[in-house]
Design a protein around this ligand. Structure first.
Ligand SMILES: *Cc1c(COP(=O)(O)O)cnc(C)c1O
Length: 365
């Protein structure tokens, strides 16, 4: 079976460095809010082209704390795409605000700016574009809309570390951006972790308090905060991996190029890279009206696949449903998308076998 992702390959190559990093942290015995975390924050702020970065416990907390840091809470609405990981919307609920779903652009699976414009009401305070699958949302139009209506922009960049829109790295586009270090993300920890990157000092300062019990720095708790820090072991592991991120992204983009060449002309819709976008291919996602039949044929061919996501966000049981009628592109994507193996350690031989297997499967559909 060609694996969908294989973290053991990644970690085998880094084993000695990861063990040395953990020894360094254990010897220092500084496990929370120390030198490794501060160094990682500086490195990711630089990569994102912004002044501030704050490590937190997860990508979910990065979103939740950013919303609160922007002053968003009860009575406020935040526009979020109807097709994403569920945390894009649940974090808005956690912050006390109301998620308002807007449909996606079917070509890129990212927020449709025209749909976002239609979703604006007098209560709208922010837009949360999601850089889904590793491709930045259509940020020119999202930022224009935000400027025109005085809305904050929170980039959900959980899948897109290292991506760019024009000359701007993801993270430098909105008021703040949120990264996830969930193990399978492009920059994954050996556990959970996340980060807020921002060019706004006020947002950075407030996230710094919120992640540590609302502490202003002297056991003076100025507001209700949380316990959401990135621990030093994860920060040390992430710094080892960050040194490889550029090479890993190059490898992902190369695999995507091989798939594009090998899978053209099959009636399979391949991902497109928007003109201004630098896609980092967190996932290589194709679509086909007979997605489930295709997935089954690919299993028989020895190719692992996965569906991100089998339900639109509004159709998750915890939300109200109704995507087929109200967010039809999100609904259709949830039935048609299928992701192929795409990770840096995938071998050329595996990519070739995957291409041949997909070609045979499409002929049999
Ligand atoms: C992974 C992910 C998150 C949440 O990140 P965690 O670190 O798992 O909390 C949020 N949004 C998107 C789009 C994601 O892919």
């Amino acid at each position: 079976m060609i694996p969908f992702i294989d973290l053991q390959r990644q970690h085998a190559a880094l084993r000695a460095e990861l063990l040395a990093a953990s020894a360094r942290v254990i010897d220092s015995s500084q496990f929370v809010l120390g030198a490794e975390g501060r160094a990682l924050e500086q490195e990711l702020a630089a990569l994102s082209g912004v002044a501030w970065a704050l490590g937190v416990a997860s990508g979910t907390d990065a979103l939740r704390l950013t919303l609160t840091a922007l002053g968003i809470g009860p009575g406020d609405e935040v526009i979020t795409p109807a097709f994403s990981f569920v945390a894009s919307a649940t974090t808005i609920v956690m912050a006390g605000a109301t998620p308002v779903f807007a449909d996606i652009d079917p070509a890129t699976y990212t927020l449709d700016p025209a749909a976002a414009a239609r979703a604006i009401t007098p209560r709208t305070r922010a837009i949360m574009p999601v850089h889904l699958y590793g491709q930045p949302a259509q940020m020119d139009r999202v930022l224009e809309l935000a400027r025109a209506h005085r809305l904050a922009v929170i980039e959900d960049a959980a899948q897109a570390v290292g991506a760019a829109w024009g000359e701007e790295p993801v993270g430098a586009l909105g008021d703040a951006a949120c990264l996830s270090f969930y193990p399978t993300k492009n920059l994954g920890a050996c556990g959970d972790g996340g980060m807020v990157v921002t060019r706004r000092q006020d947002v950075a300062e407030r996230v710094r308090k919120l992640r540590h019990h609302g502490d202003s720095g002297r056991y003076e708790h100025v507001e209700l905060g949380y316990c959401s820090r990135l621990d030093e072991l994860q920060a040390a592991f992430l710094r080892v991996k960050l040194r490889r991120l550029a090479a890993w992204t190059t490898a992902r983009r190369r695999i995507a190029g091989l798939y594009h060449k090998g899978l053209a002309g099959l009636g399979l819709e391949l991902p497109i890279e928007a003109a201004q976008a630098r896609h980092v291919y967190h996932l290589f996602t194709v679509r086909h009206p007979q997605r489930d039949a295709l997935a089954k044929l690919l299993t028989d061919e020895g190719i692992s696949t996965a569906v991100y996501y089998p339900r639109s966000v509004p159709d998750q049981p915890m939300f109200g449903g109704g995507a087929e009628r109200r967010w039809p592109e999100a609904w259709r994507a949830s039935r048609e998308v299928l992701s192929l193996p795409c990770f840096a350690e995938l071998t050329d031989d595996e990519v070739e076998r995957a291409v041949a297997g997909v070609r045979r499967a499409c002929e049999r559909l």
